[in-house]
Write a protein that binds this ligand. Sequence first.
Ligand SMILES: *Cc1c(COP(=O)(O)O)cnc(C)c1O
Length: 469
Amino acid sequence: MKYISTRGGMSPQGFSDILLEGLAPDGGLALPETLPQISPATLESWRGLPYAELAFEVLSLFVTDIPADELRRMTRAAYNDQVFNSEDIVPLRPLDGGLSLLGLSEGPTLAFKDLAMQFLGQVFEYVLTQRDTTLNILGATSGDTGSAAEYALRGKHGVHVFMLSPHGRMSAFQRAQMYSLQDENIHNLALRGVFDECQDIVKALSGDIDFKTRYKLGAVNSINWARIAAQVVYYFHGWLKATTGPSQTVSFAVPSGNFGNILSGHIARRMGLPIAKLVLATNENNVLEEFFRTGVYRPRTAAQTYATSSPSMDISRASNFERFIFELVDRNAAQVRELWAQLASQGFFDLSHRLSDIQGKYGFAAGVSSHADRIATIKSVYDATGVLIDPHTADGVKVAREFVEPGVPMLVLETALPAKFSETIEEALGHPAAPPAALANLESLPQRVDVLDCTLESVREYLVKHAAV
Ligand SMILES: *Cc1c(COP(=O)(O)O)cnc(C)c1O
């Protein structure tokens, strides 16, 4: 399996080569040269496999430059009941109205990003050890992604994590989650500023090529192909749990932001998994819903991006979207370059003449959910079933209900647990959501964090002193 770039300017590379990079050298995103195809017989042979073994089967199609026994060891280390709070790793629970909930949030940080990050942590450690090198992951977080990365990389050889967060602007639970980690390779830097300033500092330091090379800076952002590949696994798992035999179809509803999660569903569908619809749900920031409804992609500016009660979906441009467009234009890299040039010059591109393929051949449907919808949905699901869902998952449920078809199970991806967003739960139900028992005393644990001025210089100095080189 070799990987190429959506912009057409990268010679084919192996999985391990693209693993540690962000964008391809030509500014595009890496994708498999051809997608593996899964026959109905192979799919049936996977029925009943434990999650870690299914992950091995799926990931071995994408990871062909790591020995099978090593890959199997990694999927077992990533997906077990020591790491996930469920023997199934990803449980499936019935809701009302033909919907089920695919529980992607049983990992250490209570959100779906753990599923991909736990594998990423294993494979980073393996490749860095093989290559006898180190990496200093530099990132900024307002809560979610940073903690998933820290929990996946804590204690791993060859990698240090430097995570910038805005001092005093995260919830007590989020702070406790990150700052209570005592591992020496995890560095929490609370900056006296806001998230965007933290992000700008990361961009500036990673954009300084000399500094980046000298201090071996890397990232684990949502465009990383290993994360997309690891997420493909749970679409197969969800289908296998919701069906009893070959060629039955299932739909998935996905609360979306950067288009990473649902892109993995698209990949699974293209590999032959019988998916009827991929239902994309957005909150008030509906740049993706607009595209899947009209064929026009019009990213927003930061000023046009609302702060909502499903904050992990508050995005203005979808960083993984280019991978879907590459497929939509039949892998014509010149056309991708042309479309992104149009984005830069006129602020949008128009593929409305391809709407019948987008919705038909590729099976996408889309809808929007508002704050009032989230509140009403959290309450209605709780009243009907006793199941408490988080605000992001509520966006998924609200939109999923618009696309349920008779005889086709609709699996809503649970992207976080309600305890992470307790304020909104309280607004919907009048009482907060309790954290899982194992985390009940998280906020009383000792915390490890360095508070710095929010300047490029202070972070640079910190890295010079603490980065592994
Ligand atoms: C990251 C995140 C999303 C959005 O996922 P994308 O892959 O960016 O589309 C949705 N919900 C939660 C809780 C998240 O953390």
